[in-house]
Design a protein around this ligand. Structure first.
Ligand code: PGA
Length: 255
């Protein structure tokens, strides 16, 4: 049994004050829900304020990125221990926007995963193909390369602490969601790959989120696919109503 996990990636949105308003409103709507895991990932400067408001809540807190070193001359970066010290338990790693705009590679993703695990943070590791790759029939090759590179040299125990997110880049922020069948096909492929790289038992236990234009209306169809265990939500996580709608729609699914 894999518990559904819905995470909101706020990206570079919301001032600290707006983040406080959003989490306050979200708590009002979903604080009692524990059928699914809920995580919010605000900007780094809003993490502390949001954590203060999550003390009495099931909602988990995550960062959107980290550096693999623990401290030092890395202007603008934050480390796993800093994220941990604030009370966050999750960190998104290798989001396609970081791969596209900030030079993130499978190698840096791998180093970041190891740094996060050292501090007991749960990495949410993103993989996904761009449109040209899908159209050229290379989706599985791209996913394989990203998974093998990003997850290199991890033990089964370490892999057991990771959440994967399949996010087709062409579906992110575009309003074009992968169909439930398209998403399921890749999720199933990832699970088969995990069986080869780790073990059958581990592959069956790892949660794989789908991300890319998830909204309330498409949540139930996506979440009822056998290998889809949650969602990584961008745009629709920026309003409490729409994010709460996704969380509540996920609660209707029995896995
Ligand atoms: P979106 O973003 O929901 O706005 O498409 C998803 C993501 O980037 O994680």
């Amino acid at each position: 049994m894999r518990k559904i996990i819905i995470a909101g990636n706020w990206k570079m949105n919301k001032t600290a004050l707006e983040a406080i308003e959003l989490i306050t409103a979200l708590k009002r709507e979903v604080n009692d829900i524990d059928k699914v895991d809920v995580v919010v990932c605000p900007t780094a400067i809003a993490l502390a304020d949001v954590e203060d408001l999550l003390q009495d809540s099931h909602i988990g807190l995550g960062a959107q990125n980290l550096h693999w070193e623990d401290s030092g001359a890395f202007t603008g970066e934050i480390s796993a221990s800093m994220i941990k010290s604030i009370g966050a338990r999750y960190v998104i790693i290798g989001h396609s926007e970081r791969r596209q705009f900030f030079g993130e590679t499978n190698e840096t993703v791998n180093k970041k995963i190891k740094a996060a695990l050292k501090e007991d943070l749960k990495p949410i590791v993103c993989v996904g193909e761009v449109l040209e790759e899908r159209e050229a029939g290379k989706t599985f090759d791209v996913i394989k390369e990203q998974c093998e590179g990003s997850l290199a040299n991890l033990t089964n125990e370490e892999m057991g602490k990771i959440i994967l997110a399949y996010e087709p880049v062409w579906a992110i922020g575009t309003g074009k969601t992968a169909s439930p069948d398209q998403a399921q096909e890749v999720h199933q492929y990832i699970r088969e790959l995990l069986t080869k790289l780790f073990s059958e038992e581990l592959a069956q236990s790892v949660r794989i989120q789908y991300g890319g234009s998830v909204k309330q209306e498409n949540t139930a169809d996506l979440m009822s696919q056998p290998d889809i265990d949650g969602a990584l939500v961008g745009g629709a996580s920026l309003e409490s109503d729409s994010f709460a709608g996704i969380i509540k729609a996920s609660c209707t699914i029995s896995k």
